[in-house]
Write a protein that binds this ligand. Structure first.
Ligand SMILES: Cc1cc2nc3c(=O)[nH]c(=O)nc-3n(C[C@H](O)[C@H](O)[C@H](O)COP(=O)(O)O)c2cc1C
Length: 470
């Protein structure tokens, strides 16, 4: 079945910023609401431990494999407000059955809730760089009937094949990158839907569309030729977009404040893009009144918008944090830095200068380095030949002991804990140094004023849609 294509994609924003409520609101309006699929196993477990998330508990009951749900219900229960969250296993190439349960169900629940109460389409966004939970996540989303899967932050050339197999409950595998190793198909992450279902009935599923998020027409062309099948369309993201950005091509200059400089070679060739003859949406700076018509005139089907939705009432950002951001926007005291150090992935990452968050040097320095969520860890080969896991944002001594270079640890931020704290699910620490947020946003953050109610310092996602579609 071919779906009719939406003009507006509300971008997938991790961790949890593209919430169930946001995606649901956008989908109700006939556009594409997208939930973030990043670290859902973790955030779902934390929601089960936190009061006020009854909808998530209810949604679990719709999951087709009942034994899985019984196991999860036994493992997670409500905690007292001031207690820390119980730890959840960090993702690796070989997750335990418990972690797989959590990941599949978390993705199911997120999509299921986003689809409630309307007949619109819903998407889920993944990052190619975060490989370990990918297969279980995609399966969970497909079980819930997700209509679109979007993936960026890497080269997602295997995804069409993965999706084609998972919707038929076939076994899947993807190679995991091991640092400094050239051969790519040595270590495989695998997932078997039949083994996962443990004999319970397998429902008939529908194949979602796959949209690859790319930074250039060159990558789009490459993906069209993949032996693993081609995407059903592209989101073409410019470097002023929020979140992670593709780095400039080749060697590039860096400003004094540590920002990459993009040049002629990074400009998208829209004629070449059109020649691919696939639907595409433009992202990065299109979240305004003129954005849609500009994109249409360049041959796009529509636009993907992040920043304008990220600070709306329905987004997952914690309420008070959102207000703080919008007050800074109105006062003009707002700046977004394209930081080439902050993200452990090595990709440039946009960081907004928000008071009391990890963007402030003193707050960043006061944080004790700890790595206990582990979504951005990379696999490395230990001396005994087995795989180990490390992250440049973990305690420096640990990283070096694992063969990492000290220069790679400088300026690195713990995106996992910082982003999770931004949606009100931050960890409480026994020593009182609770995890504080890190806010990412696109360069367009400073242009949000037309959306903001100056009495409440807030606005709704519907207002964003009204302005975008006007
Ligand atoms: C808070 C925030 C988090 C984001 N996280 C992700 C993400 O996890 N995955 C992704 O593909 N894009 C992510 N993005 C990019 C958006 O999906 C979207 O493409 C981009 O924001 C569009 O540009 P704009 O911000 O100028 O509207 C994020 C953007 C923001 C603002």
């Amino acid at each position: 079945m071919k779906l009719s294509l939406p003009k507006i994609i509300q971008g997938g924003m991790g961790v949890g910023v593209s919430s169930v409520q946001l995606a649901n609101t956008v989908s109700r309006r006939g556009q594409l609401g997208v939930v973030s699929g990043t670290a859902l196993g973790l955030t779902f477990a934390r929601r089960l431990m936190q009061k006020g998330n009854e909808a998530y508990v209810e949604a679990m009951k719709h999951f087709p494999f009942k034994k899985v749900i019984e196991r999860i219900q036994k493992r997670f229960s409500l905690k007292s407000e001031n207690d820390p969250f119980k730890m959840v296993e960090m993702p690796t190439i070989h997750p335990s059955d418990d972690l797989n349960d959590l990941i599949v169900v978390a993705n199911f629940v997120e999509v299921h809730l986003a689809k409630q109460g309307h007949l619109g389409v819903v998407g889920i966004n993944f990052l190619e760089k975060i490989q370990f939970p990918t297969l279980a996540s995609v399966y969970g989303a497909i079980l819930a009937g997700v209509d679109f899967i979007l993936m960026g932050a890497g080269i997602p050339h295997r995804m069409p094949d993965v999706i084609n197999k998972l919707f038929k409950h076939e076994d899947v595998s993807i190679p995991i990158k091991v640092v400094n190793e050239v051969k790519t198909d040595v270590e495989m992450s695998t997932f078997s839907p039949r083994a996962f279902a443990q004999g319970e009935d397998l429902p008939t599923l529908t194949r979602p569309q796959f949209l690859a998020i790319v930074g250039s027409h060159t990558l789009a062309t490459y993906l069209m030729k993949s032996e693993f099948g081609s995407p059903d369309g592209f989101v073409v993201e410019m470097p002023i977009a929020g979140g992670h950005n593709a780095p400039p091509r080749g060697r590039y200059p860096i400003t004094e404040s540590g920002e990459p400089v993009y040049g002629e070679r990074d400009l998208v060739d829209f004629e070449a893009l059109k020649a691919i003859n696939m639907p595409f949406w433009l992202a990065g700076g299109y979240g305004n009144h003129e954005g849609l018509s500009k994109a249409l005139s360049l041959g796009a089907v529509g636009i993907q918008v992040g920043t304008a939705f990220a600070f709306s009432d329905e987004s997952g950002f914690e309420k008070e944090l959102k207000k703080r951001v919008l007050k800074q926007v109105v006062s003009g005291d707002i700046r977004v830095k394209t930081d080439i150090k902050a993200s452990p992935t090595g990709f440039p990452f946009k960081v907004a200068n928000i008071e009391g968050t990890l963007s402030e040097e003193a707050v960043y320095q006061a944080r004790r380095r700890v790595c206990d969520l582990g979504y951005l860890r990379e696999a490395y080969r230990k001396d005994n030949g087995t795989l180990g896991y490390r992250c440049p944002s973990e305690p420096v001594d640990d990283y070096i002991r694992k063969g990492g270079k000290i220069e790679d640890t400088v300026g690195r931020k713990c995106l996992c804990n910082g982003l999770v704290a931004g949606i009100g699910l931050g960890q409480k620490r026994k020593d009182g140094n609770d995890e504080l947020p890190l806010v990412t946003a696109g360069d367009d953050l400073k242009h949000l004023s037309p959306y903001i109610n100056l009495e409440t310092y807030s606005y709704s996602a519907n207002k964003v849609l009204d302005i975008l579609l006007s």
